[in-house]
Design a binder for this molecule. Structure first.
Ligand code: ADP
Ligand code: ASP
Ligand code: MG
Length: 522
């Protein structure tokens, strides 16, 4: 392989011998020994910047990202967390499924298309030279390994959770070396870092969570020396590894979570989530045209907003920040001068009332009830034990103590196993019954009002229900009171758009006069 050109920062680090060194992906660096007072750069703020799929969708977008990082790196020690190019993970999910089905032809076609897409971007960003050769070798190796894994799966027609995570993770593993090479090409020292080396997780494949003490130690060992050496680490989002080094993924859309995990581990000064809209908006702009940017939110508001369906942040993003105080900003890669949304522990002072409206549509409503259910012993406790046994995510519950009817909303994908688990729990009690006690409604959706101090603001529910009533939007169930930050209700899926727009207008969240956002088309 052609050696990588020496960057200035690397030369500086090398001169610090005889302090022990480690060889990383082309840079020779100090493993330890750079004390905080060693260099001026160690006094600069640490900023973790995450770029989503649309921000790295093609070579033009990646150039825009390079500009943002270059500018930020002048005043900060920057860690980049990068997603797969837009649409790539969806294709890999399909490739994994086709492999399991034994459809080798489809898998080869998908991987061939992805290979062409990545090489086209790489060619445009780095047309020639040793850096180009190194990058091409890296991309080729990653594609070859993934192809081998898929071929094995095609033969066995079996996709283990480990193999699935490995296939799904390819997109991030490709975009990280590509962005690092593009930064170096533009004169900013950068190095691709596999998140497997820094984010240590439990073994819950598909939805892993970090083990923070180990992650902190790994971030110190792997990322801190790069920052001290003025090198921008470009880490893969979405991915981690168990302590034994087995690759895991954090869940779809999980790169936001990667950014806050790494930010918390490094004790960062700020995390910036760069995306394709002007921050967190008052509603999904795909449903509500008048949606506009929320300037400031609290961790709690943003967390509930994400939990109840706002796609802009992964639901676990704020979870990593339990002990942190730094702001998380959400900004537009394609309009970087706009301030976006700033999420802080407390949010805007004295802010209360409805700030945003969200919806989750891929859910199912399960009702445990019927005439004899009231006589079943400990029906509530056993219902939740049965759902916990299959780790169902209960998004909302509502129940009437008079009849003991229980209404649960779960993600659509978990509806089947949840009903099965409930039927097996209550089967012996209800064997003699003719009526069906556990019913499922797949036409339901959750709509949620999000804001601070909602409990202390009178009339919210009345106003919402009256406004929805006027538009003939029927409310199937409600949940309120357990949190001060949300009021949720269930409507039919086909009514979601009407419900969102009606509530948005009722609380005057939009401003049609304001030019709302400069979005990049997906
Ligand atoms: P990225 O690829 O940067 O991770 P995502 O597609 O995951 O971006 O999230 C950004 C998208 O989330 C926006 O393009 C927007 O369509 C959608 N979205 C849904 N609800 C909201 C909201 N309340 N605020 C901002 N964006 C939202
Ligand atoms: N690429 C992954 C996904 O599409 C992770 C992410 O984009 O955050 O789910
Ligand atoms: Mg996302």
């Amino acid at each position: 392989m052609t050696p990588r050109p020496q960057s200035r920062a690397r030369q500086v680090a090398v001169r610090r011998e005889p302090v022990p060194t480690v060889r990383t992906d082309g840079h020779l660096l100090q493993a330890r020994g750079v004390s905080p007072a060693d260099t001026k750069s160690d006094r600069k703020p640490v900023q973790v910047m995450k770029f989503g799929g649309t921000s790295v969708a093609d070579s033009a977008c990646i150039r825009q990202v390079v500009e943002i990082v270059r500018k930020a790196a002048k005043q900060n020690r920057v860690v980049v967390v990068v997603s797969a190019m837009a649409g790539v993970t969806n294709k890999l999910v399909e490739a994994a499924a086709r492999s399991e089905a034994g459809d080798g032809d489809s898998v080869r076609t998908i991987l061939k298309t992805l290979r062409a897409q990545h090489f086209a971007a790489a060619d445009a960003l780095i047309p020639s030279g040793p850096r180009r050769q190194l990058l091409a070798a890296k991309l080729t190796k990653l594609f070859d390994d993934c192809e081998g894994l898929c071929e094995g799966t095609v033969l066995l027609r079996q996709l283990t959770p480990r193999a699935r995570d490995a296939v799904w993770s390819l997109g991030e593993r490709l975009s990280s070396p590509m962005l690092a090479a593009a930064l170096e090409e533009a004169g900013t020292s950068a190095e691709a870092v596999e998140a497997m080396d820094v984010v240590v997780t439990n073994a819950r494949h598909g939805a892993a969570d970090p083990l923070m003490d180990l992650t902190r130690a790994r971030c110190e060992a792997r990322l801190r020396p790069l920052l001290s050496g003025k090198i921008v680490p470009v880490t893969t989002g979405f991915i981690g590894a168990t302590e034994e080094g087995v690759l895991t993924i954090l869940g779809r859309g999980g790169s936001d979570y990667s950014a806050t995990i790494i930010g918390a581990a490094l004790g960062a000064d700020e995390v910036v989530i760069w995306t394709d809209v002007d921050g967190v908006l008052t509603a999904d702009p795909g449903h509500v045209r008048e949606a506009r940017t929320i300037p400031e939110m609290s961790y709690r508001e943003a967390s509930e907003h994400a939990h109840f369906g706002a796609k802009v942040l992964h639901p676990k993003t704020l979870r990593a920040l339990a002990q942190c105080t730094f702001p998380v900003s959400v900004r537009n890669t394609f309009a970087p001068s706009r301030p976006g949304t700033r999420i802080t522990p407390e949010g805007a002072v004295k802010s209360s009332g409805v700030k945003a409206i969200t919806a989750i549509t891929d859910v199912a409503m399960i009702k445990v009830g019927g005439p004899r259910i009231a006589k079943v012993h400990d029906v509530l406790g056993r219902t939740f034990a049965a759902t916990a046994a299959i780790r169902a995510d209960i998004l909302l519950t509502s129940h009437s103590s008079a009849q003991n009817d229980i209404c649960l909303i779960v993600p659509a994908a978990q509806a089947g196993p949840t009903v099965e688990s409930l039927r097996s729990e209550f089967g012996p009690d209800l064997r003699m019954e003719v009526a069906e006690h556990i019913r499922i409604d797949e036409n339901a959706a959750i709509v949620t009002l999000v804001g601070q101090n909602l409990g202390a603001t009178s009339g919210l529910v009345g106003r919402t229900f009256a406004a929805l009533g006027k538009k003939k939007v029927n409310i199937l169930a409600t949940a309120q009171g357990s949190s001060d930050c949300n009021i949720s209700f269930v409507v039919e899926k086909k009514e979601v758009k009407a419900a969102l727009n009606t509530a948005h207008r009722e609380f005057k969240l939009g401003n049609p006069q304001i030019s709302r956002r400069a979005t990049k088309r997906k």
